[in-house]
Design a protein around this ligand. Sequence first.
Ligand code: NAP
Length: 498
Amino acid sequence: MTTPLICNNYINGEWEGAASAATLESRNPANKHEVVATFPRSTATDVDAAVSAARQAYRSWRLVPAPARAEYVFRVGELLSKYKEELAQLISREMGKPLVEARGDVQEGIDCAFYSAGEGRRLFGQTVPSEMPNKFAMTVRMPIGVCALITPWNFPIAIPCWKAMPALVCGNTVILKPAEDTSACATKLIEIFAEAGLPPGVVNLVHGVGEEVGKALVEHPNVDLVSFTGSSETGAEVGATCGRTHKRVCLEMGGKNAQIVMEDADLQLALDGAVWGAFGTAGQRCTATSRLILHRDVKEKFTTMLKERASKIRLGAGSDPNTEVGPIINERQLQRVNKYLDIAREEGATVLIGGEIAREGELQHGYFFEPTILDNVTPQMRVAREEIFGPVVALIEISNFEEAINILNDSNYGLSSSIYTRDINRAFAAMRDIEAGITYINGPTIGAEVHLPFGGVKHTGNGHREAGTTALDIFTEWKTVYVDFSGNLQRAQIDNRE
Ligand code: NAP
């Protein structure tokens, strides 16, 4: 067992403990006896210090030319590449995902760095003709100020990068409050930002409990923007506080994503997609496939194929190269998944495979749940409507395309979606009619790329999109500038009319 890492807050370019000196610890979800890191249990006092540092640094950072700001972010990308393997090992140990997926998590951060850095030489505005003679009109992007970034544990490197990198290129300063479960990953990431040479106060890290530190950040009068990724319940609370305190807020929340398999689908391809979408990252992705909507003509055959494949999945520690599915993040989440199995049984669903906490051999030391398929699920059941966030997929039978789309859309969430069909007309109708931020045709519900917008509709989001150029819309305000070079007072709507 390795010695626990000692993690600290990073405020104004200094590594320090909480003012209270209290600490918390994160554990390896594949072996709950292993403490991965200790980290500060910060309070509003530490939040205050971080906000003052970020506010002070903002004064000069906003004036650094955007291409120069972007070069720091580019350097972060180079360092992430250098430390990719070390970071991936840490992600596997602290968050639990298999190494191959952990490398993908870091790669997403690298892709985001290089993509965001490119934006430093664009940040395009518009030039627009004026209705008056000898007058020039344009729009420019302005930074917003101090941004609080509140992140979950399931993508401990990628999600903080998605937020911090465009925010910095746009000229904002940031304070990261990572999930308690992945404090060591966040610390390593911020060490890399520090090594890239960002000036003190531009990037800050405050560890602690969401109800304490997260809340203090969201309520702080000197925080201008909150970018939050997490559950819809917490997001609703964050959104309400930001509304009350007049802050810009970007919310990325839960999902109940569905994959449709039509009768003309390539079943083998649909199977590969369903297994990866439902059980990858142990179902702990906001885009995980938690409903499989199956045409009745292929349901039996597809279910047999799925059952056979899913029953062979190897559970284990993320660090073991043979592992296909890792643990659930913590005891609370494990019990939550287990509770949904009780609910499923009570509501009349049939457990085809899995359905239990895995306890054989080494698995007993961690938080493992068997890959689970629920059959005879109706769209009204709670397991078809609520986010479970575990390796559990619900099968729903349909008899035509319209029914498939209606059931997919009958959800409070709207993040990702997928349809497998060889019919081009149906594929285009699905692209038009599915209510979700992301639709895949003949691909699983997971697989976002950093240069395209990411986010969802309904209870999943609040109208923003992360990644792509749309990330710039979160982290900038538009300023409209008029330059009158006529030397006269020119009254719009009046002087140019008879
Ligand atoms: P969570 O419990 O909502 O926590 C998310 C973050 O918010 C954590 O850093 C948490 O801190 C903090 N927090 C908790 N209470 C808070 C409060 N009152 N004020 C401010 N911050 C607070 O979510 P999670 O369990 O970590 O993550 C799983 C959820 O995230 C799922 O619902 C998943 O769908 C969603 N997710 C969405 C996306 C997306 O892009 N749409 C991506 C990934 C995950 P602590 O760790 O200290 O509790």
